[in-house]
Design a protein around this ligand. Structure first.
Ligand code: NAD
Ligand code: DAU
Length: 332
């Protein structure tokens, strides 16, 4: 049994991980989360009180981070400013949380020799052409495009340097686009589902041709637990479930599932610097650590996710007006 400190556990993927860990293992979990606009305590409802604790705080708070890191066996670091569009509007919080926050955590983990797992993204590798047969591997050079992805790349490099220079017991994972319950309505899939549920049209950036490699958040969680259990210190593992889809196809699936004509969407202003395509080769994780995803059928996972948003309007409705107001101001 281990005591896990999960940063950003009130966000989308962090909360899915906390539910997964408490369901599938006998570990205890402490969540450290600032509760920014993206954090939501309601995502942590119903967890067993004897194995779960919530601490509201900032990962740049060195004293708090030191105390919590000292009292745990491992830190699983999800906390981040995570939305590309916001990073184009105001990059500063991305530098503070993603760079300084990660630095604060690895310094504490170094002092207390605490096992550290850093959650990162495939966006650190930049993008691929639509017709390129290549996929990202652990050897692909870093080439981030946005303020968000460049701060994630910076945080990965800090972790790598702390492993080499200070012997930090760390692993890193770079995952592709997640979908599932508890994702903020600013993100692509929940934005379109909740638009249709409110009688509004989905909004596709540019021509809708951009490709993302979708993985269910539960599969991301099982991969992270596998790396925590069996990963080699100092290694990076790419996490993906062979889920490449272009944005137009995803919107058409959502519209059809919700009984609307497949073409009832609007094309809106493209994202500046919009990455064209992401694709993950997760061979290392599968062959060296024996991980396999459970959600192999994207349409089925998407259908479950649509049902979750339909059944949990009280969870997402309070975020919706503010998110749409921000998009309207950007012409999106
Ligand atoms: P999210 O925005 O839904 O959640 C982020 C959480 O971090 C929120 O609960 C927020 O309150 C918290 N947080 C932000 N700043 C903080 C601070 N300074 N101190 C403490 N807590 C703070 O993000 P997400 O989509 O769940 O992403 C989680 C992690 O996974 C991020 O590191 C992201 O880069 C990575 N990731 C995301 C995806 C994806 O598809 N969403 C894919 C790969 C990797
Ligand atoms: O690849 C992993 C990354 O996936 C994570 O690191 C990020 O934290 C996460 O937000 C996600 O980044 P993307 O920029 O790919 O996700 P987003 O949901 O913002 O957009 C997905 C695609 O959909 C992208 O091509 C932009 C497009 N899009 C997005 C929105 C919000 C639209 O066409 N319309 C929209 O309204």
């Amino acid at each position: 049994m281990s005591r896990l400190l999960v940063t950003g556990g009130a966000g989308f993927i962090g909360s899915n991980f906390v539910h997964f860990v408490l369901r599938e293992t006998d570990h205890t979990v402490t969540v450290l989360d600032k509760l920014t606009y993206a954090g939501n305590l309601a995502s942590l409802d119903g967890l067993p009180e004897d194995r779960f604790r919530f601490v509201q705080g900032d990962i740049t708070d060195a004293a708090l981070v030191d105390e919590l890191t000292r009292d745990h066996d491992a830190v699983v670091h999800y906390a981040a400013e995570s939305h590309n569009d916001n990073s184009l509007d105001d990059p500063r919080p991305f530098l503070d949380t993603n760079i300084i926050g990660t630095y604060t955590l690895i310094e504490a983990a170094r002092r207390h020799d605490t096992r550290f797992h850093h959650i990162s993204t495939d966006e650190v590798y930049g993008d691929l052409e639509l017709d390129d047969p290549a996929r990202f591997t652990e050897e692909t050079p870093y080439n981030p495009s946005s303020p968000y992805s460049s701060t994630k790349a910076g945080s990965d490099l800090l972790v790598r340097a702390w492993v080499r220079s200070f012997g930090l017991r760390a692993t890193i994972s770079n995952c592709s686009n997640n979908y599932g319950p508890y994702q903020h309505v600013e993100k692509f899939i929940p934005r379109q589902i909740t638009n249709v549920l409110r009688g509004e049209r989905p909004k596709l950036y540019g021509s809708g041709e951009n490709v993302r490699d979708w993985i269910h958040a539960n599969d991301h969680s099982s991969a992270v637990l596998t790396i925590l259990d069996r990963g080699t210190i100092g290694e990076t593992y790419l996490i993906g479930a062979d889920g490449e889809k272009n944005n137009k196809d995803v919107v058409e699936l959502i519209l059809t599932e919700l009984g609307q004509p497949a073409d009832a969407y609007d094309l809106v202003r493209d994202r500046p610097g919009h990455d064209l395509r992401y694709a993950i080769d997760s061979t290392r994780l599968r062959t060296e650590l024996g991980w396999t995803p459970r959600f192999s059928d994207f349409a089925e996972g998407l259908s479950d996710t649509i049902a979750w948003y339909r059944d949990n309007e009280a969870w997402w409705m309070p975020q919706k007006d503010a998110a749409e107001a921000r998009y309207r101001a950007q012409g999106q």
